[in-house]
Write a protein that binds this ligand. Structure first.
Ligand SMILES: *[C@@H]1O[C@H](CO)[C@@H](O)[C@H](O)[C@H]1NC(C)=O
Ligand SMILES: *[C@@H]1O[C@H](CO)[C@@H](O)[C@H](O)[C@H]1NC(C)=O
Ligand SMILES: *[C@@H]1O[C@H](CO)[C@@H](O)[C@H](O)[C@H]1NC(C)=O
Length: 522
């Protein structure tokens, strides 16, 4: 049981998420568990073969079966960029900006051993394991962001520069891959959408597609010191040794988009690059990225050593055909993983639009607490209450669950979050107004029942989620976090609060609504 806890907490967010999905959803949807068991059974006690640069066929295998993994050795990257980026990692660690996340897996609260920080476009978020991370904004052109320290500004700027560098580099890599493909065969199905930038044959569709796959809008920074970890899982199929991150596909990204990773092992024990240490297999002192073809035991795996400042790109559909893992070395290691996040419902712009949509049902009012509704149409009411739940549970409570951690770097989120809170408060008044209307006799039975049915479902969800968030905030593990990271159960109010038209605890209202429904009346 203990091991299971540790094991789960060591695998990366997106992988654990998959694990969770596997259990929560219908099994047929995700046959990978069964496939995995079958694979392990077939394997028996033998390891599958894998290659490292020590093996003569290493480069051939890479070219033939792993060509969409591109390694950029540190020496090919400008010295100044290395300096800025590496300094940026150390600055962020020094100022305590990287945090272990308190995630929720199968009803359990777990602290991830990897410390993380999300940096990216202002107002963007990235959600994993029921936790929404909010970007510390990087200084884009035209943005006017205040940082708590000049050094933190410099760090964010460094990752913005790195992002731009990696974006251009990715376009080149895609371009090159296309040239290779078109020489080999007219395999346009595989990569026909990527244009040759060098030739002036861009058309708008190609250009947009390329942009969509390379315009990284955020980077998730990771940090782990293996020496501080009491337990790291062993790689199970090839015997590749200790893993920092288990085999996984990436999730929550735009389809076929690239993930670009900058890898930095900082101070720590001197790395012996001596092959005598490990005459066979990979050097356990050196960090590696491992690759395998998903559910294939014929093609050998690949372990690519990552030296200080090396980058790798995972292009196109590599993610769906292959799995990757991160094999731990001895030194502490940072990585910056640049992604095209698919979170069409994950930006501040989006949620503000939603809120304004919901509040279109409010007549311009004079008094702050009484609102007058434009429509009692059930679809309108339902939409409003859905958005009410969305802003409360996907934004406000998610944000305050992280305590004051974002303030460490910037006050950027303060204003939009208080604006969202104001809009949400108005939605509390809307719910109250809907309830008042329902209590009146004048609505046709059918319409009334329809509204009550929808409302009951949404208020029940609201009640359940409020209780769940309260419990998450009150868990021992949450309460033991350092003061500035300790979850805050917010919004919260007492029954007598004159600002709030409805109670925090909705159980009485839910019972009242149940009493209104004809089925439950008898
Ligand atoms: C690996 O590459 C070889 C040579 O191109 C090819 O024949 C084989 O099908 C590939 N294996 C897989 C699983 O794609
Ligand atoms: C990130 O950028 C891509 C491509 O421009 C876009 O499709 C995606 O929606 C963006 N992500 C967010 C969170 O807006
Ligand atoms: C990565 O591959 C997995 C498995 O094929 C797939 O479920 C997932 O959606 C892919 N992610 C992206 C970002 O394409």
């Amino acid at each position: 049981m203990k091991n299971r806890y540790i094991l789960l907490s060591l695998i990366p967010c997106w992988l654990v998420y998959k694990e969770e999905e596997r259990h929560d959803r219908v099994r047929e949807v995700s046959p990978s568990e069964a496939q995995k068991q079958k694979l392990l059974k077939e394997l028996g006690n033998r390891w599958l073969p894998y290659l490292t640069p020590k093996d003569t066929e290493f480069h051939q295998l890479w070219q033939e079966n792993y060509s969409k993994l591109i390694l950029r050795e540190a020496s090919s990257i400008p010295e100044l960029l290395h300096k800025e980026v590496q300094q940026a990692f150390l600055i962020l660690r020094k100022h305590g900006c990287l945090f272990q996340d308190l995630v929720r897996i199968k009803g359990k609260n777990l602290l991830t051993p990897v410390s993380r920080l999300l940096i990216g476009n202002p107002g963007y978020t990235y959600k994993y394991l029921n936790s929404r991370l909010f970007t510390v904004p990087w200084p884009m052109e035209g943005s006017n962001i205040k940082y708590s320290k000049d050094e933190i500004f410099a760090a964010c700027r460094a990752f913005f520069k790195l992002n731009d560098y990696l974006r251009k580099d990715t376009i080149q890599a895609l371009d090159k891959l296309h040239l290779i493909k078109s020489k080999d065969s007219e395999d346009s199905a595989v990569f026909g959408m990527v244009p040759e930038l060098s030739k002036n044959i861009l058309n708008v569709g190609h250009d947009m597609e390329l942009k969509k796959r390379t315009t990284y809008n955020l980077t998730l920074l990771n940090y782990m010191d293996p020496q501080e970890m009491s337990y790291l899982k062993e790689e199970p199929y090839f015997g590749m040794g200790k893993m920092a991150v288990s085999w996984h596909h990436d999730e929550n990204l735009v389809e076929r988009s690239t993930v670009a990773v900058y890898s930095y092992n900082c101070e720590g024990p001197e790395v012996l690059d001596d092959d005598e240490l490990s005459p066979e297999g990979r050097n356990p002192a050196v960090w590696h990225v491992g690759l395998k073809i998903a559910w294939d035991i014929k093609t050998p795996g690949l372990a690519v050593p990552l030296h200080q400042g090396d980058c790798y790109l995972m292009l196109d559909n590599l993610n769906s055909t292959h799995q990757h893992c991160v094999l731990a070395g001895l030194q502490p290691r940072f990585s910056s993983t640049h992604r095209v996040a698919e979170c069409s419902a994950g930006t501040l712009d989006y949620i503000f639009k939603q809120c304004h949509l919901a509040l279109q049902n409010v007549k311009d009012d004079t008094e702050p607490r009484t609102v007058h509704l434009r429509s009692m149409e059930s679809s309108v009411i339902k939409q409003g209450e859905e958005i009410h739940n969305e802003v409360e549970f996907e934004w406000l409570r998610q944000f305050w669950f992280h305590g004051h951690r974002y303030k460490k770097c910037t006050d950027w989120w303060q204003l939009p979050m208080s604006e969202l809170e104001g809009l949400w408060k108005k939605m509390e008044c809307v719910t109250n107004a809907v309830l008042d209307e329902i209590r009146k006799e004048r609505w046709p039975m059918e319409q009334k029942n329809e509204i009550i049915t929808d409302l009951l479902a949404l208020l029940t969800t609201r009640q359940e989620l409020r209780m769940e968030w309260c419990m998450r905030c009150q868990s021992r593990i949450a309460q033991n976090l350092p003061e500035d990271q300790r979850p805050i159960c917010w919004p919260y109010w007492e029954d007598e609060d004159p600002e709030m038209p409805l109670p925090f605890d909705l159980s009485n209202i839910i019972s009242e609504l149940q009493g209104h429904l004809p089925e439950t009346k008898s």
